[in-house]
Structures are given as C-alpha cells and as structure tokens.
Design a binder for this molecule. Structure first.
Ligand SMILES: Cc1cc2nc3c(=O)[nH]c(=O)nc-3n(C[C@H](O)[C@H](O)[C@H](O)COP(=O)(O)OP(=O)(O)OC[C@H]3O[C@@H](n4cnc5c(N)ncnc54)[C@H](O)[C@@H]3O)c2cc1C
Length: 380
C-alpha cells in the first residue's frame, strides 16, 4: 500500500510542496510506495502579483496564468474540484463531486480571499486589484480618470502587506506621467496609527508620502461606504469624500476551512510557527495564506514555508522525524514608483530594514515576475 499525500490547493504553497516532495522522494514515488495528489478548485495556476501591474496596463491576464497540470511533475495526480470538507480524525478530504480521498499526510494550502462584502457598500463602490476581473475594471477606470480625489482604503488582514504602498506610489508616478498629478489628491488611509503595520516600513514610507504630497490618514478602519454620496466612513467616525475609491479588501480564509471547523473566526488555521503542523495534529501541515500566523501573507512566505514542509514530509515518509524549522522568513519587493523599487527581508527575530529604492531592484522584480514559473515548478 502506498502512503498517500494530499495537497489541498494548487497555488504557490501547494504546488511548491508537491513538486519539491516528488523530487525528494522520487525513488519511493517511482516504486509506488508514495503517491501525491494535488486538489485545486481551478485548472489554472495564477501568479497574483501581476494583478498590480494589470491595474496600470503594464501586464495582461495571459501572462499571469498557466495550466496547473503543466506546472506539476507528471507523477503528481491533479484533481480539479472544490474540496468541501476536511476530516482530520477520519483523515479524509471530501470533494464537491461526491468523491472522498483518504490521506496519510495532508498539506493545506488553500490561500485567502478578498472579502469586500464584509464592509457595507464597499463591493459596489470600490475598485480593487486582488483578482483578474477587478484589476481590469480598475485599469479601465484609471484610463478614464482625469483628476479628483483618490482614496485608498485598507482592510486587515490582507495578502501582500506592501501592496497598498506599491499601488499608491505607482499611482503617484502614473498620474505625474499623464500630467494629472496637479489635479489629483491622493489620500492613503491605514487602520492603525502609522502608515504600515511593519514599523520600519512605516518609517521608510511616511517621508516618501510627504515628499510626494500623498495625504496619510491613519486610524481609519472602514465601516461603510455610501456610493450615492461617494463617501466612506471609518469606525473612528471620519468621513471622506472620493472621486475614485480603491481598496485592499479585508481577507478571510476559505469556506472549506470554516466548514471543517479548522479555522479561527476569520477562517485561518492555527499552526505551530516552526513545524507548521495544524494545532492538535501530527500529519496536517499548513502553508501560505491559510495559516493564522501573525506574519505577512505573501507568496514568498508560502515558498519558504513550503521548503520546510516538503523537507520534513520527505523525512517523515522515509521514517525520519522531520525536524526542520521555519524561521518566519519573508521577502517582499516594494515598487516605489518611477521605475524604482526596494525590498524587505525579515524573520521572526530579525525586523525588516528597507533601503533606498533603485532601478536595479525594480527590474529585478520584473525579472522575478517571469522567473516565478521556475519557483512554482520547484526548480528554484
Ligand atoms: C495584487 C497582489 C500582489 C501580490 N504581490 C506579491 C508580491 O509581490 N510578493 C509576494 O510574495 N506575494 C504577493 N502577493 C501575495 C501572494 O500571491 C499570496 O500570498 C500567495 O499566492 C499565497 O500562496 P498560497 O499558496 O497560500 O495561496 P494561493 O496561491 O492563493 O493558492 C490557493 C489555492 O487553493 C485553491 N483552493 C482554494 N480553496 C479551495 C477549495 N475549497 N478546494 C480546492 N482548492 C481550493 C485555489 O484555487 C488556489 O489554487 C500578491 C497578491 C496579490 C493579490
């Protein structure tokens, strides 16, 4: 009998775990002693960072997706279907089509989803760039924009912690190039008392905002939006008028996680921060946005976590203990407008320290956007 590994989610974390694992236990897979299955709700693998560039007409949808089958090693089985329940006692995953899969080891990598419906009026009134269709709508709205007040609002938690800053700085440059900056006020709101949750990033970004005449509005937690009067009101009692409202919606975990009773109230799964085992389990690993870890939800986080989980799973499948530990590593590029970017790299114990933006880092980010497909294939 083969040992069954089921990977739930064919995005960044799930694909990297599956591909790295199949190489690490290649012999066992070839002998039929280990079998790996990826379950994913969509046939395409989506590289989400390109949505930001799509909003500024600097990328098109075809560049952001490839068939998941083409990314996975041919020895990995792929099922394209929604999972509806995970039973960690029975060690099964149920699918929408009625199929039930048994696992010896499960990796949950279901990601997170923007949930604008949590704020009354937001979905109707605001633009966002966290999926293909909304990003294209925002692109069209920006193409028609000829000045006024742009308000950016941020819901927590959300994936890609630096995306609000990247969008704001890219918008500033985009408006300048078109001669619209003098006619536009940019208001950047943020839910806590500084412009970013990571203090060193806030300390770097605040003076850049002053330099570029971007108005920060902190302690602004979205309460409701009134599309008729084009106003957004915060829980703190502030109301802002907008001509164009752009939001990073608050995110939640996936329905399957909530329905299976695995998540916290936001649908994120509590895990051990080093082993990435779901609390109370010995054979359920969680990677990427799906964890409830208080660290950045980013593709790089999913990748670094996947490295650890694939290595530990390979050991466990061969009778070892699997003792590698995730150290909280995250790496994020930060586009800062004008074809420049910086980056941050940090762990649980070493805080980020953004450097002065440069053209070189910007072009490296653009290059990585193409190299990503090698990462997802488990090659780098
Ligand atoms: C605009 C934007 C810009 C970003 N920029 C960056 C960046 O510059 N750098 C960076 O590191 N990160 C960035 N990110 C974040 C990054 O894309 C995510 O953090 C990353 O994709 C998370 O990986 P994951 O594997 O956890 O989830 P995902 O990659 O989202 O994959 C989740 C998978 O689970 C599947 N799934 C979900 N529910 C089910 C179900 N019920 N049944 C079966 N399958 C299911 C989905 O179909 C999907 O394939 C950005 C994100 C956005 C939106």
């Amino acid at each position: 009998m083969s040992q069954e590994v089921v990977v739930l989610g064919g995005g960044v974390g799930g694909s990297i775990v599956a591909n790295q694992l199949v190489h690490a236990v290649s012999e066992e897979v070839n002998k039929g002693a280990v079998h790996i299955t990826v379950i994913s709700s969509r046939p395409d693998h989506v590289y989400q960072p390109l949505f930001l560039y799509m909003a500024f007409d600097q990328a098109v949808p075809a560049e952001a997706k490839r068939p998941e089958r083409s990314i996975l090693d041919p020895r990995i089985s792929l099922i394209v279907e929604d999972a509806t329940a995970v039973d960690t006692k029975a060690q099964t995953v149920s699918l929408k089509n009625g199929q039930t899969l048994h696992y010896d080891f499960l990796v949950i990598a279901t990601g997170s989803k923007p949930s604008p419906e949590l704020i009354p009026g937001l979905a109707e009134a605001a633009h966002w760039f966290y999926d293909e269709e909304p990003a294209l709508k925002l692109r069209d709205a920006l193409a028609q924009f000829d000045g006024g007040r742009v308000v950016l609002t941020v819901g927590l938690p959300h994936k890609c912690p630096v995306a609000p800053l990247e969008f704001t700085f890219m918008l500033d440059s985009w408006l300048r190039e078109r001669g619209l900056r003098e006619k536009t006020e940019i208001v950047y709101t943020y839910p806590i008392g500084r412009v970013h949750s990571l203090e060193p990033v806030a300390n770097w970004a605040a003076p850049v905002m002053t330099e570029r005449n971007i108005r920060p509005e902190v302690f602004f937690n979205m309460e409701s939006v009134d599309p008729a009067s084009r106003t957004i009101t915060s829980l703190e009692g502030k109301t802002l008028k907008y001509d164009l409202l752009v939001t990073i919606p608050p995110h939640t975990g996936q329905k399957v996680i909530m329905d299976s009773g695995l998540g916290d109230k936001g649908g994120f799964i509590p895990v051990d921060r080093h082993s990435l085992l779901a609390e109370g389990t010995e054979n359920v690993f969680v990677v990427g946005d799906a964890t409830a870890l208080p660290i950045s939800k980013a593709g790089s986080t999913a990748h670094f976590e996947a490295d650890v989980v694939a290595a530990n799973l390979a050991q466990r499948l061969r009778g070892g203990l699997g003792t590698r530990r995730y150290d909280g590593k995250v790496f994020c590029f930060i586009e800062s407008g004008g074809d420049k970017a910086t980056y941050i790299s940090f762990t649980y114990t070493n805080p980020p320290a953004p450097k002065a933006p440069s053209e070189m880092v910007h072009y490296f980010k653009l290059a990585y956007n193409r190299m990503y497909w090698l990462s997802s294939a488990g090659v780098m």
